[in-house]
Design a binder for this molecule. Structure first.
Ligand SMILES: Nc1ncnc2c1ncn2[C@@H]1O[C@H](COP(=O)(O)OP(=O)(O)OP(=O)(O)O)[C@@H](O)[C@H]1O
Length: 941
């Protein structure tokens, strides 16, 4: 059986679009430049052949193509073979020979020629001559339809040869072991000449020996032809049984799909019946995926081992059988042609511009194209705070944060992926080209452009095949890339890079603003630095599975603030129920209260934040300002004057950043209180300069409730364990495909699409240095009212969950001056038992007198006294007049600025310095304070 030995591209891997688009052009020229050796050899030899040979050969080929075209249309259509891939001449030879032998072996034709051939064939193979036509037909069928599958065709051919040999040996034994003395006629009626030669020596030992040997050989040949490994025999037998009994093969789809990958249109998979027929013809459709499956498994195993021992990144993964991967040189040649005209216009300088696929990385080794951010220090701000004349607070020096590794723009791993993507597109006949890629620290986004008329769905439907081809389960497809007519395929880098917080804070955009609430977020997929203003978010939800990078993000955030903000600009409340994540910051002067580790205390601290917010709002309302920034500006300008009889010194309010490292722990302790506080803070606190950052590893609906979600507009989703969690955090899937360790989707307020970023990394030692610097200058002055004041507002235990309805009942009874249980029942629509309980509560609080049988009770509170009674029930400090309350809180707020235990007048004396300082950054940032300004921004590299 004539087969091609080298694997050639399968037929339909070639675009038939006539080169429409670059994909088509690339595919075509790629193929022609890599025309099969056999074809090329033939073309060279042709001129040397006599014309008669050429004519006959041409005629033979012509008939072969004609028959082949018909055979390829049998069942599901595989007629899209390229001319140079066909083996129709050889296939026709097998077919004609099979028919010829069948004429006398099966149908008994006679004549001098059949008789002559019959004598030869029958004399050589004996009874096996009956099977020869069948074998030749199978070979012809394969050659017509799958000429590209050289390996499979060779296997079938070799299997048939072994089968013939074993069959003749067995036939010789069964035919009575004729000897040469029985003559040619005697041998023909057994195993023929071949059978005699095969079996006679073994039969001399014992008759059983050739029987055993050739039975085993025949069985083995059957396995070879059907490509069945020994281990798969039971499964094959079961399948065969199911097949014959007409039972649906459960696994068939999978096998069929895997096989289809090698030569069928993706959307053109055969119906189960057709698959059945193909298998009955001995086609190795089951075998191919199995064999290739082993190869594929190996590739994945290699990838794993490589990853483990840190050796070289895996090469592009295996491709389906018979499909030849274009060489790097071919890719380079084609892409250089395609990319001509793009020039080298500063590629890499603009992070939004993908690197065109021009040459393999071997010629562009893993070197950065654009320079890393300058390692120059962050300029010291002019408003360094002078405290008490002899203490000057300086921000930590930039060199406390070490520079990260130099970013790479292209590595060999990227080129391997480009080759794998190109192959996949070709295999599935998708007319698309990989036009470039943008390498980020964790993932690279490959850009794919479609030829006109090619559907986007053709590519998106290939996501699993792409995952397979690049040996990664974390492939994410963006269609389109926002702002571009291209599909983006994000594939994790096998050689990840760490993003240093120092680099992010030294980037252009971070330097552009002095706003103290600006933090370094990380780097996006295009390699641009992402910085965000926490004041503009205005509240942030950080979620992700354990180990995904939340705490590292929170560390980066806090360190950013410590690097950029003085304690009088930003104050922090840190809640760390896990107890270990934030301990490094204990004692920094930016803290208002020691780090809170007790969830119950944390819930109370949130209530303090609500009170602080109310106090700030009171000031805003009293003095007629809408935002704390305006109020602060007015204070510095001396426009805010306290009432003449007040001793209060009005000072600017610092921003207040409340960080909760594990929201779930708080929600478990006091879900209602925590939710109420968070909702109140998030609804109003923006104008008051109070901002919440809530982190959780359990983004489920009982932790991140609908109310919390609705009021926390910015989201940072690290890798989640399920798509449901992703939806809870982002309202869209995607986070479940992230690869952990700082890989995140960032959805700042106002953005419609989440941005993929690699979070900035700050090491323990860097944190330590920064914290030491900060603590060395000032000691933290904690406010004891944060956790202490809250118990005052405790609601009595006996009221429990009935506070709201009790307040209504009190209002009702006092305003109507009618203490009737049945009235409460009617008006409040409660049952008798509840109304009776409410009346008992009212009696215990002195609102009504004791029961007097069926008569209504006396009401002891006059309508004028209703407000303090209600306040007492709520747990508010009833005695404090609203004004006094506000003033006290405001003084507390001002005390926040009194760092280092200095007296208030000292702080007041410093006001001028601070005023100037704060005006400086407000002025520099003035334009950004407008509503609607993005909370985040990107910079170049
Ligand atoms: N931005 C990053 N860059 C590099 N590595 C990171 C980054 N973020 C996290 N990692 C790696 O991932 C590990 C786990 O991160 P982290 O402790 O922040 O996860 P977590 O989500 O807070 O987990 P848990 O909820 O269990 O505390 C870190 O020890 C670090 O090795």
């Amino acid at each position: 059986m004539a087969t091609r030995t080298s694997s050639a591209p399968k037929g339909n891997s070639t675009s038939k679009s006539g080169g429409s688009g670059r994909g088509g052009a690339t595919a075509k020229s790629g193929r022609s430049s890599s025309a099969p050796r056999g074809t090329r050899g033939k073309a060279n030899a042709e001129p040397q052949q006599p014309w008669i040979v050429r004519v006959l050969s041409g005629a033979w080929q012509g008939v072969g193509h004609l028959v082949g075209a018909g055979v390829r249309r049998i069942g599901h259509d595989v007629s899209e073979l390229e001319p140079e891939e066909r083996r129709d001449g050889a296939a026709l030879f097998n077919l004609v020979l099979g028919i010829f032998i069948a004429t006398f072996a099966w149908w008994g034709f006679s004549g001098w020629l059949p008789d002559l051939v019959y004598s030869v064939v029958n004399g050589t193979f004996g009874w096996m001559a009956l099977l020869l036509p069948l074998m030749l037909f199978v070979c012809a069928f394969r050659l017509f339809r799958q000429p590209w599958d050289g390996r499979g065709n060779n296997r079938v051919g070799i299997g048939f040869l072994i089968m013939t040999f074993a069959g003749t040996g067995l036939a010789h034994i069964i035919g009575g072991q004729p000897t040469v003395s029985d003559g040619f006629e005697g041998l023909r009626r057994a195993g023929g000449m071949l059978g005699f030669l095969a079996a006679a020596p073994l039969a001399a030992i014992h008759t059983a020996v050739p029987v055993l040997v050739y039975s085993a050989l025949a069985f083995t040949s059957l396995l070879i032809v059907t490509a069945t490994p020994f281990g798969a025999i039971p499964r094959r037998l079961r399948e065969a049984y199911e097949h014959l009994m007409g039972v649906d093969l459960m696994e068939d789809g999978t096998r069929g799909d895997a096989h289809d990958r090698s030569y069928l249109h993706e959307n053109d998979r055969p119906a189960p019946k057709k698959k059945k027929r193909m298998r009955l013809f001995g086609k190795d459709e089951d075998a191919e995926p199995k064999l290739e499956g082993y190869v594929g498994d190996e590739a994945f195993e290699h990838a794993l081992v490589d990853g483990e021992d840190g050796t070289k990144a895996p090469k592009a993964p295996s491709v389906p059988p018979g499909v030849r991967r274009p060489t790097q040189a071919e890719i380079a040649v084609e892409k250089i042609k395609a990319a001509q005209g793009l020039g080298n216009s500063g590629q890499g300088e603009n992070p939004t511009e993908a690197i065109p696929v021009v040459a393999p990385a071997s010629t562009v080794p893993s070197t950065p194209v654009s320079p890393p951010p300058p390692p120059t220090p962050i300029p010291q701000r002019t408003e360094q705070l002078s405290l008490a004349g002899d203490v000057t607070y300086t921000l930590p020096a930039s060199d406390n944060l070490t520079p990260g590794s130099v970013p790479k723009e292209r590595t060999e791993a990227n080129d391997a992926v480009v080759a794998a993507l190109t192959d996949t597109m070709q295999q599935f006949n998708v007319d698309a080209t990989v036009t470039g890629f943008s390498r980020g620290p964790t993932v690279t986004r490959y850009e794919i452009e479609l030829a006109p008329g090619t559907k986007v769905e053709r590519v998106t439907a290939l996501s699993k095949n792409i995952s397979y081809a690049v040996a990664s389960s974390d492939v994410r497809i963006l269609s389109p890339i926002p702002g571009k007519s291209a599909i983006g395929i994000e594939i994790p880098n096998t050689d990840r890079e760490t993003v240093s917080l120092g680099d992010v804070l030294r980037s252009q955009n971070a330097r552009r603003t002095d706003h103290p609430m600006v933090m370094g977020v990380g780097k996006d997929v295009e390699g641009g630095y992402v910085v965000a203003n926490l004041a503009k978010m205005p509240h942030l939800l950080v979620a992700g599975a354990t180990g995904a990078g939340k705490s590292s993000f929170v560390n980066s955030m806090i360190t950013s603030i410590l690097m950029r903000a003085t304690p009088d600009e930003v104050r922090m409340v840190m809640v760390d129920p896990k107890r270990v994540e934030l301990t490094a910051y204990e004692g920094v002067p930016h803290l208002i209260t020691p780090i809170i580790t007790n969830p119950k205390k944390a819930a109370e601290a949130l209530q303090w934040v609500v009170r602080e917010m109310d106090a700030r709002y009171d000031d805003l309302a009293n003095y007629g300002y809408k935002h704390i920034d305006d109020f602060n500006k007015a204070v510095r300008a001396g426009k805010v004057v306290p009432p003449p009889d007040s001793k209060r010194v009005i000072k600017p309010y610092p921003y207040l950043l409340v960080i909760v490292d594990e929201l779930a722990d708080l929600m478990m302790v006091a879900p209602r209180d925590v939710e109420d506080s968070i909702v109140r803070i998030t609804q109003l606190a923006r104008a008051a300069g109070i901002h919440l950052v809530l982190a959780t590893q359990r983004p489920s609906v009982d932790v991140v409730t609908g109310l919390i979600k609705a009021n926390v507009p910015s989201r940072m989703a690290f890798a989640t364990s399920s798509v449901t969690d992703s939806r809870v955090v982002l309202d869209q899937p995607g986070a479940e495909k992230l690869i952990g360790q700082g890989d995140a989707l960032f959805l700042p307020m106002g953005a419609s699409k989440a941005m993929r970023v690699q979070g900035a990394w700050v090491s323990e030692s860097e944190i330590h240095k920064v914290v030491e610097h900060v603590k060395g200058q000032l000691q933290a002055v904690y406010r004891d009212d944060v956790a202490a004041e809250a118990p005052k507002k405790q609601i009595d235990d006996d009221i429990g969950d009935d506070l709201e309805v009790l307040l209504q009942a009190t209002e009702l009874v006092v305003t109507t001056q009618f203490g009737s249980t049945s009235m409460l029942q009617r008006k409040l629509r409660v049952g008798f038992a509840k109304a009776g309980r409410l009346m008992d509560l009212l009696e215990s609080r002195g609102v009504v007198g004791p029961s007097e049988g069926s008569k209504a009770r006396d009401v002891l509170v006059k309508p004028d006294d209703l407000a303090p009674v209600l306040a007492a029930m709520r747990g508010d400090d009833a005695g404090a007049a609203p004004d006094a309350h506000t003033a006290a809180l405001s003084d507390n707020a001002n005390a926040n600025i009194a760092v280092g235990g200095y007296a208030e007048d000292l702080v007041a004396a410093d006001l001028d310095n601070r005023t100037q300082a704060i005006e400086y950054y407000d002025g520099a940032d003035g334009g950004e304070d407008d509503d609607g300004e993005d909370a985040w921004s990107l910079t170049g590299r």
